[in-house]
Design a protein around this ligand. Structure first.
Ligand code: SF4
Length: 418
């Protein structure tokens, strides 16, 4: 990602789905005006989902996703179909591309059912209708199940028919999905001072700030407030010399202990991980999940999930530090299972607790999907930041800006589903 790019996780994800010969890739290329996907007349050319970040006017920054055909056959084929279905978990707007000459097939209907279940805004495109006179061919059955806001577009990637209509439609559907949530913007007023504590240790990337720090600064700027970025070693002096009480101190979790000691009790203190847990998911449930850490016994299975496989900004926290802290906290020897990237087990029932990373590379929809899978299967879930805060006894203080959630913690008002 270049320094000036909108983070992938904050882009509207637009996924193109359909059968192998429906012309998804050509249509996608017609919409983007770029040769994004592999196109050929050979069935099933797209074997892995292909993604590309771009500006799609009039919507803005998006992530375009081309997916393998949902009717692929054989062992490898069904693996591809699975990958396409998995892509739905991060898709904010779906385009179902159907061969307009043949009309929708059973695979199209099955996919459409899934799209509806997941409540993903969707457009149905009847592709390959080159002539303006070619009409809706046999899509009646599918169209009759379509909610009124799901448009049906007659299009041809070859002649360009319907392409502008589809773009406008994507812009409309995408706008509805745009994330209006704030990282800190809703907690502060214009002209407030917010101190951000960023340790510069060997884990910090050279020459730059990490994404959550950049995004927090940006959100503070948008709120018209003032951010001061300091290392933990300069915090005490800064607070003394500031001449004005900051509204909030936000720190990296790793130095929370020192920062908490240096920040007077009457100043609200939280961590980047708490802010992002709230921004990306459901802070309340993650806080409830953390309480399950107190009940971990020998042999209990704990699933540790990371959202990406390489260039991890969170280093060895999940794979090394977290298991050690958990063993120390519980005095037990649980069994740790690790997953990363797009991998997320279907069957979560063996696990006592799921601890997810902050998910900075995952979009909101994917994070919500994972939380929902856990909730549906009655498994508690928390994340790195909240779990670490809990085990270090700092969770209560870091929930200072969120009194309703802190109150639940106090009252033990959690509903552990197990
Ligand atoms: S928080 Fe998760 S998604 Fe972000 S860098 Fe770490 S492992 Fe990857």
């Amino acid at each position: 990602m270049g320094m000036n790019d909108t983070p992938s996780a904050d882009r509207i994800h637009i996924g193109f789905f359909g059968r192998r010969n429906a012309g998804k890739s050509s249509l996608l290329n017609a919409v983007t005006g770029q040769n994004l996907a592999v196109v050929s007349d050979v069935k099933g050319t797209t074997t892995d989902p292909v993604t590309k970040t771009m500006e799609l006017l009039p919507l803005g920054p998006v992530m375009m996703i081309d997916t393998p055909g949902i009717d692929d056959e054989g062992e490898l084929g069904s693996l591809r179909v699975r990958k396409s279905y998995q892509m739905l978990n991060k898709t904010d707007v779906a385009v179902l591309v159907v061969d307009g000459k043949t009309g929708p097939m059973p695979e199209d209907e099955a996919l459409f059912q899934k799209i509806r279940e997941k409540k993903i805004p969707c457009a149905l495109v009847l592709n390959k209708l080159d002539d303006e006179v070619d009409g809706d061919n046999g899509s009646g059955r599918l169209s009759s199940q379509l909610p009124p806001e799901c448009p049906v577009i007659c299009a041809s990637a070859r002649t360009g028919r319907g392409v502008n209509q589809l773009k406008e439609c994507l812009a409309r559907l995408g706008k509805q999905e745009e994330n209006s949530k704030r990282i800190v913007g809703d907690l502060i007023e214009p002209a407030d001072f917010i101190i951000l504590v960023v340790p510069i240790d060997k884990a910090a990337p050279k020459g730059r700030l990490i994404l959550p720090q950049q995004q927090t600064i940006r959100d503070i700027l948008e709120a018209g407030a003032v951010s001061l970025v300091v290392r933990e070693t300069e915090l005490a002096d800064t607070l003394k010399n500031l001449g004005k009480k900051p509204k909030l101190v936000v720190t990296d979790s790793q130095v929370f202990g020192k920062v908490a000691a240096d920040t007077p009790e009457d100043i609200l203190l939280t961590s980047f991980s708490i802010l992002f847990a709230r921004y990306k998911g459901n802070l309340e449930r993650l806080v409830e999940g953390a309480a399950v850490l107190d009940e971990i016994r020998d042999g209990d299975k704990v699933l540790i999930c990371e959202g990406c496989t390489h260039h991890r900004q969170c280093g060895d926290i999940g794979t090394e530090k977290l298991p050690k802290w958990i063993e120390k906290h519980t005095g037990a020897q649980p069994e740790f299972v690790f997953t990363s990237g797009t991998e997320f087990p279907d069957d979560l029932s063996p696990y006592k607790l799921i601890i997810h990373c902050g998910g900075c590379m995952l979009n909101e929809r994917e994070m919500k999907y994972r939380m929902k899978c856990a909730a549906d299967q009655g498994v508690s879930m928390t994340n790195y930041g909240v779990a670490i805060a809990h085990m270090h006894g700092i969770l209560k203080r870091s929930l200072g800006p969120f009194p309703q959630i802190a109150e639940k913690l106090e009252n033990g008002g959690r509903h552990n589903n197990k």
